[in-house]
Structure formats: structure tokens, C-alpha cells
Design a protein around this ligand. Structure first.
Ligand code: PLP
Length: 376
């Protein structure tokens, strides 16, 4: 049976070159990077080389990159410590953020006297930037937390514009860039952000490795205390192989970006075209004009068969992601789907591609969808 992976927004396969590099570091660099002997210094060099690669790609200073175990950790560190160490009184965010941002903000509002303002969005997930600007102007000492690319519907938010608004009004700006890195250009010498997070396994690096950028004018206190690793910002012996693999995976993704993205766009357009022509009552969620190439969120019409779509895709060897769940017979959309007012009777499925996805795989997926979808 075919095994088709259309869930690249959830995680991506490790690039073979990255795996090789990782194995070598695991084997060779066993010295503790905090040790001052040659084995330790050798490991330290690997970490600093990785930091330099990432800093060069983002066009920032090497002292502004901090390695973590994942983007969830990076977002927790940033949000919690920006609030606690920079006197933030207001958080301006959207209702479409990833749970690791949304739940951290919600938890912080229970522990601190914080005002929280949600930037409204329309049914395509477009944010109201005028509202955001007014909110920033009316609320000094605010932290704006808006993701670069939405992980469920793929909308690319205008972080350049948000950065300008924040900079002009003295607000701090955090952006979760997990679904953007390695897929679209990001030049932080041109775009203002105070903090930005990323995760290696979303750009063909390993799981358990991430990092954040912190603008040197926006220093926060550490969340995890212990040794002096990451210049006292994130204690704990470093995941050297993961860190080096992160840098190499990002380097390769950026180097091959235009070729990879062209391939992904061909796949996306072909899939969309065939879905529109061959399946009835299909809708695409999110603003298709600003959607990132690799995420396509498809909404299928209501029917008892719709609830079995994910299950039937899976038993036919196709892995995708559900934007909704059915608990006790009641269909329930994810927060993002709810946030864009998606009809919960319909079934939303996120298909996400990589440069490895082929048109033959799309043909097979369409054949299966024609058999299992509600209107056939
Ligand atoms: N932010 C976004 C937008 C994501 O898509 C994800 C992963 O699904 C995360 C954060 C969490 O990343 P990690 O798996 O590195 O914790």
C-alpha cells in the first residue's frame, strides 16, 4: 500500500545530509561544551558555528540567537519573561495563535494583572491591522504577539507592518515564525521584531531542537535557571547534535528555497485544481492570496461520511491533519477554525506538503478522496 505523507506542517522528514552531520556530531562531540579542556572547547565550537550560521541567515548578531529544546519552550520563555521582566501591562494578540502561545498568554493573565486585547480577524483569517495599531497606541507598555504564518490555514501575516507599528509606538513584538522559517524570506535587518521563535523539525531538522531571536535592546531574564549556558539565558547542557543539525537544516532550506517552493506550489495548485473540478462543494479555508505554499486547509461538506474522512484517509495510507474533532458525536472545530467562523458541521482537513511531495501522490490522494468523500 502507498504511504503518503501530507502532514508537513506537523513535522518534516530529516534531510539525509542533516542526519549524516548529526550522527557525526553525536559521535565526535561528546565533550561537555561548558568544560574548558579541548573536548569541551571542540563541542563549544560546534554550537557557536551553528549560532553563526543562523545569525547570518536572519541578518542579526550572533549574541541575539538562543537555542532551546523546541519552539514551545522558546515561546514560553519569551512570553513569560517579557511580562515579568519588562513591565508589560497589556498583551495584544490574535485568536488564531498556536496553543503554545495562546495557552501561555492565558496562563499569565491568571497570574498577573494584565489586560489582554484580541485583534479581530475576518472569516478568511485576515487580521485587522488598523485595530492593532490603535490598540498599540492606546496601550503603552504592551507586548504584541502575532505569528508570522498560521499553522492551520497558512495565512502569512504582515509582520513587517506590525513591526513598524510596534517600533513607532515603543511596543515589544513577538512573532512565532515556526511555519515560516526556511519557506519564506526573513531578513531581520529589514523587519523589526523584538523576539522570534523557530523549530528545527518544521524545516527538515530534528525534533527536540529550536531557537529564538531576541533583539539586544529587549533583553529578558531567563526562565530556566542553572548553569551559564546560552549566556545565562537558558541553562542546561546543550543538545549539540540537535543545535548543529538545526543550523544545517535551515541553511539547506534557505539555499534550496526557491527550487523547493516552486515544486511545492506546483503540487498545491494541482491539488486545488483537481479538488475543485472533481469533488463537490469543496471550500478552502484561509486567505488563498496570502497563504503559504505548503499549507492547504480544505473544508468538506457535512455528512456522516465526513466524520470518517480522517480515518479513511489514514487506512488508505494518507497522513493529513484534522482541523476538527468529533467528541461524543458533537463535531468540534479547533480554536483557529472556530476563530474564522468555520461551519462546524463541515469537516476541515489540513493537507501540508514538502519538496518531496509528488503529483503522483496527489493523484492517489484524489482517487481515495473521490471514494471516501461525503458527496461521492
Ligand atoms: N508554533 C507553531 C505555529 C507551530 O506550528 C508549532 C508546531 O506545531 C509550534 C509552535 C510548536 O513547535 P514545537 O513542536 O517545536 O514545540
Amino acid at each position: 500500500m502507498h504511504k503518503i505523507y501530507l502532514d508537513n506542517a506537523a513535522s518534516t522528514p530529516l534531510l539525509p545530509e542533516v542526519m549524516e552531520i548529526m550522527m557525526e556530531v553525536l559521535k565526535e562531540n561528546y565533550g561537555n561544551p561548558s568544560s574548558i579542556h579541548s573536548h569541551g572547547r571542540h563541542s563549544r565550537t560546534v554550537i557557536e558555528e551553528a549560532r553563526k550560521i543562523i545569525a547570518n541567515i536572519l541578518k542579526v548578531s550572533i549574541s541575539e540567537i538562543f537555542f532551546t529544546s523546541c519552539a514551545t519552550e522558546a515561546n514560553n520563555i519569551i512570553i513569560k519573561k517579557v511580562i515579568e521582566s519588562r513591565g508589560v501591562q497589556t498583551i495584544i494578540t490574535s485568536g488564531l495563535e498556536h496553543p503554545c502561545v495562546a495557552n501561555t498568554i492565558s496562563d499569565m493573565t491568571k497570574r498577573h494583572d494584565l489586560k489582554i486585547i484580541f485583534v479581530p480577524n475576518d472569516s478568511d483569517g485576515n487580521l485587522d491591522y488598523g485595530f492593532l495599531e490603535n490598540a498599540v497606541k492606546e496601550n503603552p507598555k504592551s507586548l504584541v504577539s502575532i505569528m508570522y504564518v498560521n499553522n492551520e490555514i497558512g495565512n502569512i501575516n504582515d509582520i513587517g507592518k506590525i513591526g513598524e507599528i510596534c517600533k513607532a509606538n515603543g511596543a515589544l513584538f513577538h512573532s512565532d515564525a515556526v511555519q515560516a522559517l526556511g519557506k519564506i524570506e526573513l531578513d531581520l535587518s529589514k523587519i523589526y521584531v523584538s523576539y522570534l521563535s523557530a523549530s528545527a523539525h518544521k524545516f527538515h531538522g530534528p525534533k527536540g531542537a529550536g531557537f529564538f531571536y531576541m533583539n539586544s535592546d529587549c533583553i529578558i531574564d531567563p526562565l530556566i535557571l542553572g548553569g551559564a549556558q546560552e549566556r545565562n539565558m537558558r541553562a542546561g547542557t546543550e543538545n549539540i547534535a540537535g543545535i548543529f543539525a538545526t543550523a544545517k537544516a535551515l541553511e539547506l532550506s534557505v539555499k534550496n528555497m526557491s527550487e523547493n517552493q516552486s515544486q511545492i506550489l506546483i503540487v498545491r495548485n494541482y491539488f486545488k485544481q483537481r479538488l475543485k473540478e472533481e469533488l463537490a462543494d469543496i471550500q478552502f479555508n484561509g486567505n488563498q492570496d496570502i497563504a503559504i505554499n505548503h499549507i492547504l486547509n480544505v473544508s468538506f461538506p457535512p455528512s456522516p461520511k465526513a466524520d470518517l474522512l480522517m480515518f479513511n484517509l489514514d487506512i488508505n495510507g494518507i497522513s493529513a491533519s484534522s482541523g476538527s474533532a468529533c467528541s461524543s458525536g458533537i463535531p468540534k472545530d479547533s480554536k483557529v477554525m472556530e476563530g474564522i467562523g468555520h461551519d462546524k458541521e463541515r469537516k476541515a482537513i489540513r493537507f501540508s506538503f514538502s519538496h518531496n511531495t509528488t503529483l503522483e501522490e496527489i493523484d492517489y490522494t484524489i482517487d481515495i478522496l473521490k471514494k471516501i468523500s461525503p458527496t461521492q
